[in-house]
Every structure is written in C-alpha cells, then in structure tokens.
Design a protein around this ligand. Structure first.
Ligand code: NDP
Length: 311
C-alpha cells in the first residue's frame, strides 16, 4: 500500500473533486481513499477512466481503497459490486469494514455479526472482487476478537490518529500484529467541525507546539502533522480539494522530522477524538454509548462532551 494517499470524504462530487484527483495524480499520489458513504464514488470513477485513457497513470499504478458502510452488512457482495461499478474498476485493492456497527440494530446484538460480515468479505477476496480486506474504527479488543476467527487476516485498520489523538492502545496492538495502521483525519478534520458540533474545540493545525515546530523547520503546520504520521509508521490519507495544499501535503515524502521535534509531538497532553462515532450508538443498541463502541479507548474529553463523566 502506498503510504501517502488522498482522502475523499466531504469532497463534493463533480468538478472540484475531479480537479483535485488530477492534481494528486500529477504530483505523485498513488493511493486514493474512497467509501460508498462519501456519495462521490461515481465522480472518482469518472476521473479514473479519463486519467487512465490519457495514459499517464494506469490502473496498476494506483491503490484504491473503499469501504462497506454500516447499512450494507447484510448485502456485502451487492454493496461491493455497486462500488466497483461507481469507481469503474474491476477490482479494489482494499475493502474495509467502515465501522464495527450495523445500522438499525435493536437490542444488544449486532445483526449480522461482525464475524458473518467478515466471512462475506473474505468471499470477496476468494472471488477476486477485491485484492485484500481490512477494518476501520476497530478497537484493539474488537480487532483481537476478529483475529480469533479470521481466515483472512485484515491487512489494515483505518483509525483516527494525529498528535491530539495518539490512539495508542489500538495502534500498538495492530502494529504488534503486523496490521497496517492507516491514519485518518491526520490534519484533525477541520471541515467536519460543524457536522459534528465540535466548534470551540482546539484545532491541531493551530496547536502551539505544531506551529512552533513548523516555524523552526520552515514547513507548514500540515506538513509537520503529515510527516509525524509517516514517521509513526502509518499510511496517511489527508483530504484536500485545494490543488496547492494537495501538492504541499505530498511534499512531506521528501522531508524528515528531527527526533527532538518528533518527540515533542508525541507527548501533547490534550487528547480528543474528532470523530467519536456517537452516531453509531444509542439506547437499546449494541453500543449504548461511545464507551462500548471503542471499548474504553476514549479520551476523557470525549466522555465529558457526551456527559459520560462529570465535566
Ligand atoms: P483531514 O484531517 O484530512 O483534514 C481535512 C481538512 O484539512 C480539510 O478542511 C482540508 O481543507 C484541510 N487541509 C488539507 N490540507 C491542508 C493544508 N495543507 N493546510 C491546511 N488545511 C489543509 O480530515 P478527514 O476527516 O477528511 O480525513 C482524511 C480522510 O480520511 C478522509 O477524507 C477519508 O478519506 C478518511 N476518513 C476515514 C474515516 C473512517 O471512518 N474510516 C473517517 C474520517 C476520515 P481543503 O480541502 O480546503 O484543503
């Protein structure tokens, strides 16, 4: 898997997304992170076709990830085929279970179970629809449970990681199991702030240490964060639809964060999940609160925000 990719969540289908994909290919991105839930896979697919036809980038040059959404666990094959159709591809490089959650579940049990969904995903590999499969938003506990029965081991766990959410428990567990960590929201996902009501929460791009390190090195704060992500051993998938930033972001492949600055970023005391997954939780569902979703791998700040501990 190329370790540097372009995220596509919140990138509106149409011209801007198509231009950003073209810019990304031109400046060397070879990994595109997609999902049916982003409602733009048809636009991504249209650009793939155009770019392949022009001949500078071939299908074999790029790595395409997509994801099975929570409403589709009972129709894994159909959902994957729809994604292949939208992306105009014959095969995905990686298909992820987007969340360990199923829409509309009532009562304490997931239906289908994670095991049943995973087994359906394994059949996609057997049948050649996807080259590899993985998970996303899985805690260490949920990953360990899946490993107990997986015939095909997940190649990656895509989770939120940046210096404001080091997410150490699952990161260390997966790295010890040789499961790649793909860091999502590596810049702190500022453009999902309103969607999730995070106004007023500190932004990692404005963090004093991040900005000081950027000034010391003559980089941008985004470059500091992306280089940190790569040096932690993660694949990293920043989203941008701004051509200049798309170029600025991939420039980190040629940079190196000195040990001293790297360590400073490893120890920021403020920790918060920007995406706490609250939308997958509810009374009388398998995850009554975010504690059960993440198996307690939740920073105190998130618990306070959801009134699960005294503020
Ligand atoms: P990011 O952390 O990538 O942040 C995106 C925001 O940063 C946008 O507002 C973007 O604005 C801005 N930005 C990009 N580059 C720069 C820069 N150089 N300087 C300043 N601002 C910049 O957030 P995402 O949440 O989008 O995460 C990245 C990707 O990870 C997603 O797009 C998606 O593919 C994946 N993801 C997966 C999830 C999962 O559940 N598996 C959950 C969340 C994300 P602009 O576009 O204007 O440049």
């Amino acid at each position: 898997m190329p370790l540097f990719g372009l995220g596509t969540w919140k990138s509106k289908a149409g011209g801007a997304l198509e231009t950003s994909l073209r810019t990304a290919f031109e400046c060397g991105y070879r990994h595109i992170d997609c999902a049916s839930a982003y409602s733009n896979e048809d636009s991504v697919g249209k650009t793939f076709q155009e770019v392949f036809a022009e001949g500078n980038v071939t299908r074999d040059d790029i790595w395409v990830t997509s994801k099975l959404f929570n409403k589709d666990h009972a129709r894994v094959r159909d959902a994957c085929q729809q994604t292949l159709k939208d992306l105009q591809l014959e095969q995905l490089d990686l298909y992820l279970m987007h969340w360990p959650a199923v829409s509309g579940c009532e009562g304490p049990t997931l239906k289908p179970s994670i095991k049943e969904t995973w087994q359906d995903m394994e059949r996609l590999v057997d049948d050649g629809l996807v080259k590899s499969i993985g998970i996303s938003n899985f805690s260490a506990k949920k990953t360990k449970d899946l490993l107990s029965y997986a015939r095909i081991k997940p190649v990656a766990n895509q989770v939120e990681v940046h210096p404001y959410h080091r997410n150490s428990t699952v990161v260390e567990f997966c790295q010890a199991q040789s499961i790649n960590i793909t860091a999502y929201s590596p810049l702190g996902s500022n453009d999902s702030e309103k969607m999730f009501g995070r106004e007023g929460i500190p932004k990692i791009l404005d963090n004093e240490t991040v900005c000081r390190v950027a000034a010391e090195l003559g980089w941008t704060p985004a470059q500091v964060l992306l280089r940190w992500s790569l040096q932690k051993g993660f694949a990293t998938i920043p989203k941008s639809t701004n051509p200049q930033r798309i170029i600025e972001n991939i420039e980190v492949l040629g940079l190196e964060l000195p040990a001293e600055q790297f360590e400073k970023l490893n120890s920021l005391s403020f920790q918060i999940r920007m995406l706490d997954g609250n939308f997958t939780t509810g009374e009388n569902t398998p995850y009554p609160t975010i504690r059960e979703l993440w198996d307690d791998e939740v920073p105190e700040e998130n618990l306070k925000r959801r009134n699960l501990v005294a503020a």
